[in-house]
Design a protein around this ligand. Structure first.
Ligand code: ADP
Ligand code: MG
Length: 696
């Protein structure tokens, strides 16, 4: 199976090159793992009379007549009429039509496959798959013809699905065709999984729909199962070997804060999550927990309770945030909340002065600092705690796995408990897949006093009206955010946009009658601080900013979020930004400004935002638009690109695979049993060696 594809008939050096560069196919094994994404059911021929608009996969058969080029220069195209016993239908080609023209035979019987569309009140198929019908084909018994995901380049060299199938067929007929079974029978039997070799065969050449489904199920299972083995393994290791810090009971600080300092009633969800964490930290095992909660659901206060628990039990705690603004804000918020409690809190970021830094590091080692808040400055090598008991990581999607791991090693003794907080609300199974080694808690409820933010879409024409609305709000004493997109590649452009925007805004809101803050990534940290504070303290009415304020910023009196060029933002970003308002008791508004014209995806994003405030629905729409790889940043998190498995819809298989992995490792944590050797070898070959190699 490691033979080079050049040994196959029909693959010369040039075609081999294309297969390699376009599809990453080098050897036989790669080839059989190019899975079809659909099949043409060759047994099913539809009569032209019976077709409907927008039916995606119809197969027709009839005589091709009237093949001719029509239309003037620009709009030139090829047209032909297909006639069967029930009716006639036009076929159209816009591209490559000269070549197609030459290849079609007037009067020939063709099998045609494609999507039916309606144009000027008439049905047609443009760019159908078309093939001269040969009755002999029928007897070959191929009912489902696979269609492979091919690139334009392949298509232009006539390397089509049939070509790929001919190669796959050669491999599957050759004596080398071998697909090793590595999942033990203890799993495949009860789950009724067909074996791998059969799965590969039937995914390319299914004898029936049922066979094809069984093949897909097996291959999807494999994709999840190997991943699940890996995360289950690290979980098992963590639970078996890594003793956690014992935090027996919440104590004085926890209770005092709860009874004397908390200004609101916790939501049921917050209480439940705190309970889950309590159970974890007194279990004697190391906690590694993901806390999911929509923006504004009150994750910070939950983190604070946990940090107090840590201090009550004689340990320090730290909290890491992705930006300096956010870290500073957490610091100020927590300091304020704990006013009067004997808790020593410090802030460490990239812009902490050298002198202060030295002081902090000293005090940390002595243990006189109880809580340290900061940016990734916390994970630098010389930051050492006397006894770190809990690390909280806020808005975790900004941090990679490697950075998280660094935090664990901040202390000599046992590993601290880890609480990772994220506002990317994704389905629970999906979360557990991606963060396989984490336990998951969810805050699925917003504080009761929240009024949903009213979201509207406005185009540039209505600018004056929008500004007038802002003025009304400012007059009522509310504060306003105006946000401009941040474009990574061209910081200059971004700054120009922002400064032009600033000019526009000051035209409407002349200084000094109105006070305006300006915030962007290039400002010095102390200036950022200053601007943020002025806004937070209500000195400025309007905050003009780039997306530096996207995450976590909390100014409850701000009630309007105006997003400029909203079409340039992604959905989760828009949702995060909107989450900056609606935090106080006042009705809040989010205004999405765009030009009149937008592409499909932008329209869909804007429409979704106007329709719902629910983070779960938004991330669902985002998943549909962009796919999980982009939404969750899974590439950087090390999640493989699945070929067949759909993280969004395949939750049943995901669940089965996870349970199978847990079952195997429960009985045989080191994969030492004879029946698990094939599995162990497979994992060793396909995952990091050390991971499966050095088990004690
Ligand atoms: P996020 O989950 O987005 O990080 P925060 O922790 O910043 O949300 O909380 C948002 C706001 O809601 C804060 O001002 C916080 O004090 C407030 N808050 C948190 N929990 C409650 C609650 N149970 N009732 C009322 N307000 C709450
Ligand atoms: Mg937050």
């Amino acid at each position: 199976m490691h033979t080079s594809i050049e040994y196959l008939k029909g693959v010369g050096p040039q075609k081999a090159e294309i297969l390699k560069s376009e599809l990453n196919i080098f050897i036989y094994k790669d080839l059989i793992q190019l899975y079809p994404f659909k099949y043409i059911d060759k047994s099913k021929i539809t009569g032209i009379r019976d077709i409907e608009v927008d039916s995606p996969n119809v197969q027709l058969r009839g005589r091709l007549t009237d093949i001719k080029a029509i239309g003037a220069k620009q709009a030139k195209r090829l047209s032909a009429i297909l006639i069967d016993e029930t009716g006639a239908l036009e076929l159209i080609w816009f591209k490559n039509y000269q070549y197609i023209f030459k290849s079609l035979k007037e009067g020939g019987i063709y099998t045609v496959y494609g999507k039916v569309t309606e144009f000027n009140g008439k049905l047609n198929i443009s760019h159908p798959e078309i093939k001269l019908y040969e009755p002999a084909d029928d007897s070959k018994g191929l009912v489902f013809e696979p269609v492979y995901p091919l690139t334009e380049k392949l298509k232009s060299r006539f390397m089509d699905s049939r070509y790929i199938l001919s190669l796959v067929n050669q491999v599957m007929k050759s004596p080398q065709f071998d697909v090793e079974e590595y999942i033990p029978e203890s799993v495949t039997k009860p789950l009724k999984l067909i074996n791998r070799k059969a799965a590969i065969y039937h995914i390319h050449l299914p004898s029936s729909e049922k066979a094809q489904q069984a093949a897909v199920r097996r291959i999807k299972f494999d994709e999840m199962f190997t991943l699940a083995m890996r995360s289950e393994k690290s979980r098992v290791v963590r639970l078996l070997e890594k003793k956690g810090i014992l935090m027996g009971q919440p104590g004085k600080l926890f209770n005092r804060f709860f009874h004397e300092h908390l200004k609101f009633e916790l939501t049921d969800a917050q209480k439940r999550v705190i309970r889950e964490i309590k159970e974890d930290v007194k279990s004697g095992k190391q906690m590694n927990r993901l806390l999911q909660g929509d923006v504004g659901s009150g994750k910070t206060i939950v983190a604070l309770f946990c940090m107090l628990m840590s201090i009550d039990n004689g340990y320090q705690a730290c909290m890491m945030a992705p930006t300096e603004i956010l870290a500073t804000q957490h610091y100020l918020t927590l300091k304020d909340l704990m006013e009067g409690l004997p808790v020593n809190l410090e802030l460490l970021t990239g812009s902490t002065s050298k002198k202060k830094r030295v002081e902090i590091l000293e005090a940390l080692k002595e243990g006189t600092i109880h809580i340290l808040i900061g940016t990734h400055a916390l994970i630098e090598g010389d930051v050492e705690f006397r006894s770190l008991g809990l690390s909280v990581i806020d808005e975790q999607h900004r941090f990679g796995v490697a950075q998280r791991a660094k935090l664990w090693n901040k202390t000599e003794h046992k590993k601290p408990h880890v609480l990772v907080m994220t506002a990317t609300p994704i389905p629970r199974t999906l979360a557990m897949t991606i963060h396989g080694e984490l336990d998951v808690s969810v805050i699925d409820e917003l504080p009761k006093d929240r009024k949903p933010v009213k979201t509207v879409h406005r185009v540039e024409r209505l600018r004056a009206e929008v500004m007038e609305f802002l003025r009304q709000q400012v007059t009522l004493g509310r504060q306003v955010y105006i946000v401009y997109p941040l474009i990574e590649e061209s910081k200059k452009l971004e700054l120009n946009d922002l400064m032009n925007g600033y000019d526009t805004v000051t035209d409407f809101f002349p200084v000094p009658k109105y006070q305006i803050s300006l915030l962007h990534g290039r400002l010095k940290p102390d200036i950022k601080d200053f601007e943020m504070k002025r806004f937070k303290n209500g000195i400025t009415n309007i905050m003009i900013s780039t997306t530096v304020i996207e995450v976590g910023v909390n100014v409850p009196n701000a009630s309007v979020m105006l997003i400029e060029n909203a079409n340039r933002f992604g959905l989760s970003q828009l949702h995060q930004l909107r989450g900056r308002v609606g935090r106080g008791a006042e009705q809040s508004y989010c205004i999405l400004m765009t030009r009149d014209e937008m592409n499909f995806a932008s329209k869909k994003r804007i429409r979704t935002m106007c329709k719902t405030n629910n983070g779960f629905e938004i991330s669902q729409a985002d998943l549909e638009l962009r796919g999980p790889g982009d939404v969750l940043g899974t590439r950087q998190s090390g999640l493989p690109d699945f070929k067949l498995l759909d993280l969004v819809t395949d939750d049943e298989i995901i669940d089965l695979a996870k349970r199978a992995a847990a079952f195997i490792l429960k009985n045989d944590p080191n994969l030492a049993l004879p029946e698990n050797q094939a599995l162990l070898n497979y994992l060793k070959q396909h995952q990091e060696d050390h991971f499966w190699g050095n088990v004690s």
